[in-house]
Design a protein around this ligand. Structure first.
Ligand code: SAM
Length: 269
């Protein structure tokens, strides 16, 4: 049985909206997340945005050690003061977007966890993707609508750039949804927990990552247009067809494998 009770009096002051602070207070949700993470001995766990420790302390209590990256200076002292009762917390005061996540993978790749500030979810996801080779997996609480976009497949209304970019590099599994009442203050939207498992680098058949990203961006930038028109600046209809893709279809109908083949065509000179 855990000794941790959320919302200790050690933390004072209002939540900061600008930092996306909605603190989890429902212990049942925290337990489900910890269960989903299932820390194993030797895991190097890194939490983004520990806040008031809702996930940090139960994870510490279970695992003994973790690193947490928090931008809000006001939270550091109370986090550090409480953490010692549970385990060995290494606190990094930084904007996670400035942190070299690969540099934290000393001796072993990291497992990334976080109830993310929703205003920064996409930049944080892309930042993590850039370090995918150093990451075993990620468990994130995000806006439910973002998780739906991440896990969507071709033909779905919400299938888009985020779906293709993440699924090209990771296995994406939507785990469970969480209502606003689990947080203080409650957000205006539903939330969901997602698991991302980066695939081994040698199984990702993308020749040129920048070109792949540019093609996905262009294709969905004008998603109502046919590929022939949306990709006009990058390749012509003949090239699209040579990748086995109909130039008259739209981006939302293409599989991730279709995008990989398009990206691997040599650019016309
Ligand atoms: N993990 C806590 C919980 O579940 O209650 C807090 C979650 S709250 C949604 C997001 C946390 O991320 C806050 O503690 C906030 O201060 C922190 N944060 C916001 N922007 C950040 C950034 N750029 N880098 C690191 N942490 C950030």
């Amino acid at each position: 049985m855990s000794r941790y009770t959320p919302h200790s009096e050690a933390f004072t002051g209002p939540a900061k909206k600008s930092l996306g602070q909605n603190f989890l207070h429902e212990r049942g949700v925290v337990d489900r997340i910890v269960l989903a993470i299932a820390p194993r001995p030797g895991d190097r766990i890194v939490e983004i945005g520990p806040g008031q420790g809702a996930m940090t302390f139960p994870l510490l209590e279970r695992h003994g050690a973790l690193t947490a990256i928090e931008f809000d200076r006001d939270l550091l002292a109370p986090l550090a003061a409480q953490a010692s009762a549970y385990g060995n917390l290494t606190l990094v005061h930084a904007n996670v977007l400035d942190v070299d996540l690969g540099g934290l993978a000393v001796g072993a790749p990291i497992r990334l966890v976080g109830n993310l500030p929703y205003n920064l979810s996409s930049p944080i996801l892309f930042h993590a993707l850039a370090h995918a080779a150093s990451i075993v997996d990620m468990h994130f609480m995000l806006q439910k609508e973002v998780v739906e976009r991440m896990a969507a497949g071709p033909g779905s209304k919400v299938y888009g750039r985020l779906s293709v970019m993440l699924q090209a590099y990771c296995d994406v599994t939507a785990l469970f949804t969480v209502g606003p009442g689990a947080f203080r203050p409650p957000p205006k939207v539903d939330s969901a927990v997602v698991r991302l498992r980066p695939r081994p680098t040698d199984t990702i058949m993308i020749d040129d990552h920048a070109r792949f990203a540019a093609i996905v961006r262009a294709a969905f930038g004008q998603r109502r247009k046919t590929l022939r028109n949306a990709l006009g600046a990058l390749m012509d209809a003949g090239e699209i067809a040579s990748a086995g893709v109909d130039p008259q279809t739209r981006a939302e109908q293409l599989s991730v494998a279709d995008f990989v083949r398009l990206g691997n065509l040599s650019p016309a000179t």
